[in-house]
Ligand binder design. Structure first.
Ligand code: ADP
Ligand code: MG
Ligand code: ZN
Length: 501
């Protein structure tokens, strides 16, 4: 059953069952080098150009732990209110996969570096505490490309290509405790958790955590149990969900699917599932292995990791403000509503606005440009606002020119357009496109006289006390000055000349 047509409704599902969730999030760290060797981690290199005997698993090659990765893992653990292990080891997780040349993944098993914490998330004005079971260190696999065949999957492919550049890039896996009591808000809480975790990771500066690039991905476990039952039901694990919206949709679909199967008297098998972005459904993957199947054993080639308490405390001192606290602080500073703050968060524009304000703009002006003109351009280009080729300092400069009366809004939009088109800094665009507001009163005066002479009817009405036609005169002046006049100033001058106040 994969279509939504014969699924029980979400409301009906919730009227009989309570969902239990477990979220496993993998974060690719932004270290310069890999987890156990000195190879570069930079994205986009020629296939197999960032590899060495260690990450290729050649005989005799020995791993060394990346100190920065351990430091990042500890900082993530501390930010998630976890305990940090006094002593922990890596373990080998044994299985074959062509993109994993060692035939095992170096991971952590029963001795994670961080354990037993929590992250608070806010949904519909209420705070939910999501328990963190553990955060452990491991390494990424390489990347397979299956060529030929219709689906891009291995089945039906003519051959496969392997790129080991990603192999050995440090990953942190963060696993929640079972999330119970979420009820109908389960999908939203799952999404809010992943969003909050992403913001925290970004604030820590340990990864850009861009889900669309696979730098952060989520496996979503879900089970249902009848109301009143204590024992958990059997879970499914939807793998590699790679956007916030997909996390929400995958959980919602699985709730409906489980409920339908259980209500029909069927059983849920413990298996992995694939999520399909196009229709929001999941389909069966593989039947889930048990931990024993991986024959975990302690990694003999690496020394244990035993972070000193001094080091841990030093790292605690480097933690950033918790994102939810920071958001509340900024909202108060900017004096905006919950709704407006949420729009900024959804647009991914909070940091850009902070930086624009730091560069000297008023928060109102900064919000206006980032949520208006820039959000629109980003949308047209299909990128995040922060990926636009304009800096907060440049936006602040545009705002300053508007404030000084040198640009009006219309001209400012053209300046921004020019900066985005690569024409240089705001001042250069103003110069090249000749976009200054005509503030030279002589030139303005001439344009106004011309408008007055051409529209005798309008002038008569205005002088008789009907100010409606002033707009037409302003329009004429704007036309003569090619939009480069300050409309408010033009209005003042017209009224002055006509002796109306
Ligand atoms: P695995 O490696 O098999 O995926 P993990 O322990 O790493 O197992 O992760 C399982 C996740 O699912 C955890 O977040 C855990 O809290 C959660 N979980 C465990 N049992 C259930 C269940 N019956 N229903 C929902 N979630 C569960
Ligand atoms: Mg798992
Ligand atoms: Zn290497």
């Amino acid at each position: 059953m994969t279509s939504t047509a014969n699924l029980m409704s979400y409301e009906d599902a919730l009227s009989s069952f309570d969902p239990v969730m477990g979220l496993e999030v993998h974060v690719e760290l932004g270290t310069a080098t890999k987890m156990f060797c000195g190879c570069a981690t930079e994205f986009g290199g020629e296939p197999n150009s960032q590899v060495c005997p260690t990450c290729l698993g050649l005989p005799g090659a020995l791993p060394v732990v990346n100190r920065t990765a351990v430091e990042s893992a500890i900082r993530i653990g501390l930010a998630l209110n976890c305990n940090i292990a006094e002593w922990c080891r890596f373990a080998r997780k044994n299985y074959f996969y062509p993109d994993m040349p060692k035939n095992f993944q170096t991971s952590q098993y029963d001795e994670p570096i961080a354990f037993d914490g929590y992250l608070d998330v806010e949904v519909q004005g209420k705070t939910y505490r999501v328990g963190i079971e553990r955060a452990h260190m491991e390494e990424d696999t390489g990347k397979s490309t299956h060529v030929g065949g219709a689906t891009g999957r291995i089945h039906g492919a003519d051959y496969s290509l392997l790129d080991y550049n990603r192999c050995g890039i440090p990953l942190i896996e963060i696993v929640t405790k079972p999330i119970e009591g979420a009820g109908e808000l389960a999908p939203e809480i799952a999404k809010a958790y992943v969003a909050e975790l992403r913001d925290l990771i970004k604030a820590l500066g340990v990864s850009e955590a861009r889900m669309e690039l696979g730098q952060m991905r989520c496996d979503a476990n879900l089970s249902l149990r009848p109301h009143g039952q204590e024992k958990f039901g059997t879970r499914s694990e939807t793998k590699n969900v790679n956007s916030l919206r997909s996390v929400e949709r995958a959980i919602r679909f699985e709730i409906q699917r489980h409920a339908t199967v259980l209500t029909d008297g069927g059983t849920i098998v413990q298996e992995t599932r694939h999520f399909h972005e196009d229709d929001g459904t999941t389909t069966a993957g593989r039947v889930k292995e048990e931990a024993e199947d991986y024959r975990y054993f302690p990694e003999p080639d690496l020394v244990p990791v035993a972070p000193s308490r001094d080091w841990v405390e030093e790292l605690r001192g480097t933690l950033p403000e918790v994102p939810s606290v920071r958001r509340k602080r900024l909202q108060a500073e900017w004096g905006i509503s919950d709704f407006d703050m949420q729009s900024l968060v959804n647009a991914g524009a909070v940091d850009a606005i902070v930086d624009t304000v730091a560069a000297g703009a008023d928060s109102d002006a900064a919000r206006k440009w980032w949520l208006g003109e820039l959000a629109r351009s980003a949308n047209e280009r299909g990128v995040e606002v922060t990926a636009l080729p304009i800096t907060p300092a440049q936006v602040a400069r545009v705002a300053a020119l508007v404030k000084a009366g040198e640009l009006n809004d219309k001209l400012a939009r053209q300046v921004i357009e020019g900066v985005l088109a690569g024409e240089g800094d705001p001042d250069q665009v103003v110069e090249k496109r000749g976009l200054k507001v005509v503030s030279d009163e002589g030139a303005l005066g001439a344009a106004i006289d011309q408008a007055i002479a051409a529209q005798a009817d309008a002038v008569a009405k205005i002088q008789a006390g009907n100010l409606g036609p002033v707009g037409a005169l302003i329009g004429a002046v704007m036309k003569t000055t090619r939009g480069q006049a300050d409309a408010a100033r033009v209005r003042e001058l017209i009224l002055e000349k006509l002796g109306v106040s």
